[in-house]
Design a protein around this ligand. Structure first.
Ligand code: GLU
Length: 470
């Protein structure tokens, strides 16, 4: 066994990269960094009907995005399980030769019939002593020894399994191909893995895998099964029901630092009174022993609020750069040539404090780049149903002709009209905001009015008045 710890992440490339997978990968990665060990990436690509190269690339890209960097010296791989098929078969044959596995010719129907008659759950070991060799329709089964198997799990403590409840499980299918259980163990042995940190759903496989480690003459690794992630209804996150793809969060503008920090707080917490902490602190403090074993609620709202905090921690330039990517990308609703970087840069501080995800930047500033504000008709009708709307806006537009053009004077002019009509500023801003921005909510109003310019602001107010009086 190697002296430095070797962790691994062993995803099956069968779809988008799941947030639960990202958390498992992070646990392994941070432990490898913390303990100066190795993080092995092994792509378990043996299920040919479900694997696709695009999913493998997706995993590699998503890992890089959350900081699991293949160029870091702690990273090893990716290895591909399919390239080790002959080692998996050889190990199974070795178990057969040692009498620890045997061939069985029983069909599913035969097994079920006998199980039914005997009141058993599964296979009854019918072929254990029949001394069959390989042949058509023969599977190779592991001879489960008598006794108990105790899995010492770092998260869950000692978990005891009565071997009598575990049937003699299949190692090689009748077509000679190895099953997941043995492929996974043989690769872990070959790759000198010392710690298997993976999802809780694999716990039932673990006594079988531990038996295989022992039968193949090796000391089993340290096991740790981390709790499942559940949704609001406390149901296990599923790709059909829930938003689980890391790629999707990335596209929506969740920042990698925010999702990493958030994922690390599911079932574990850093010391101190805030969960929003630098990665180095997480790396220093994280211990598998402290991971909670109850299911962890993956709360999208909380992830977004983490993200908002991370957005606020960004420097002005970093925020402008990140927002520019969104504003000049496919999310832009205006013709590209209408985008003005200097206008956005001036607005940026007002926006940075108000968004939880980068995608929210678009509706906050679109009115500055669109030729016409994107009017929300229902909201417009409501805002202009107030008696004060038309007369006050008419006066505001008039005042705009002569005032000095800056946010402060604009605000003062609006306030003055409000005082004359006995309407509070907050209320008065409703129709004005919708005339200028098309929306009922958004960033503070007077700076963008200044940025939009005197003429354009007046033009928008006039257009709104025309729309309102019909
Ligand atoms: N390939 C397995 C999966 O994606 C992981 C097995 C393991 O981590 O041992 O569920």
């Amino acid at each position: 066994m190697s002296t430095t710890p070797r962790y691994r992440f062993a995803p099956s490339p069968t779809g988008y990269f799941h947030v639960g997978g990202a958390r498992t990968a992070l646990y392994n990665w941070l432990l490898a960094l913390k303990n100066n060990g190795t993080f092995v990436l092994r792509i378990e690509d043996t299920d040919e009907s479900r694997n696709e190269p695009q999913w493998t690339q997706g995993i590699i890209d998503a890992l890089a995005w959350i900081g699991i960097d293949s160029k870091d010296p702690h990273f090893e791989g990716p290895y591909f399980q399919s390239t080790y098929a002959s080692e998996h078969v050889a190990a199974a044959h070795k178990l057969f030769e040692a009498g620890k596995a045997y061939y069985c010719d029983q069909t599913t129907e035969q097994i079920q019939e006998r199980a039914k008659a005997a009141g058993l759950n599964g296979y009854d070991g019918f072929s254990r002593d029949r001394k069959l060799g390989p042949g058509p329709g023969h599977v190779l089964r592991f001879r489960v020894p008598e006794g108990k198997t105790i899995v010492n799990d770092t998260v869950r403590g000692a978990v005891e399994f009565e071997n009598s409840t575990i049937e003699d499980f299949v190692l090689l299918r009748s077509n000679g191909t190895p099953v997941f259980l043995i492929a996974n163990v043989v690769d872990d042995i070959t790759m000198n893995i010392t710690h298997v940190v993976r999802a809780e759903e694999h716990l039932p496989n673990t006594p079988k895998q531990q038996m295989l480690w022992e039968a193949l003459g090796h000391t089993p690794p340290v096991w740790a099964h981390v709790p499942v992630l559940v949704n609001e209804q406390r149901k296990k996150l599923s790709k059909r029901r829930d938003k689980v793809a890391v790629e999707q969060y990335r596209e929506e503008g969740i920042l990698p630092d925010a999702i990493v920090n958030y994922l690390m707080t599911l079932g574990w917490a850093p010391s101190g009174d805030t969960e929003i902490v630098p990665l180095q602190k997480i790396q220093d403090e994280f211990r598998l022993e402290d991971v909670n074993h109850s299911p962890a609620f993956f709360d999208i709202k909380k992830l977004q609020s983490f993200n908002g905090e991370y957005i606020r921690l960004m420097s002005h330039d970093a925020f402008v750069a990140a927002a520019t990517e969104v504003l000049t990308g496919s999310a832009a609703t205006w013709p590209a040539e209408r985008y003005k970087p200097e206008v956005f840069a001036a607005m940026a501080p007002l926006v940075q404090t108000r968004v939880a995800v980068m995608a929210e930047v678009v509706p906050m500033v679109d009115f500055l780049f669109l030729a016409e504000p994107p009017i929300d008709e229902a909201a417009f009708a409501k805002a202009f149903s107030a008696d004060f709307a038309v007369p006050t806006l008419t006066e505001i537009s008039k005042a705009f002709e002569t005032i000095e053009w800056n946010a402060e004077s604009i605000k003062l002019a609006v306030e003055t009209v409000g005082t004359q009509h006995d309407v509070k500023l907050g209320k008065l801003q409703g129709p004005l905001r919708i005339a200028i921005t098309g929306r009922t909510v958004g960033p503070p109003l007077f700076e963008p009015i200044e940025l939009l310019g005197r003429e354009e602001s007046q033009r928008r107010i006039r257009a709104a008045l025309v729309r309102a009086v019909g």
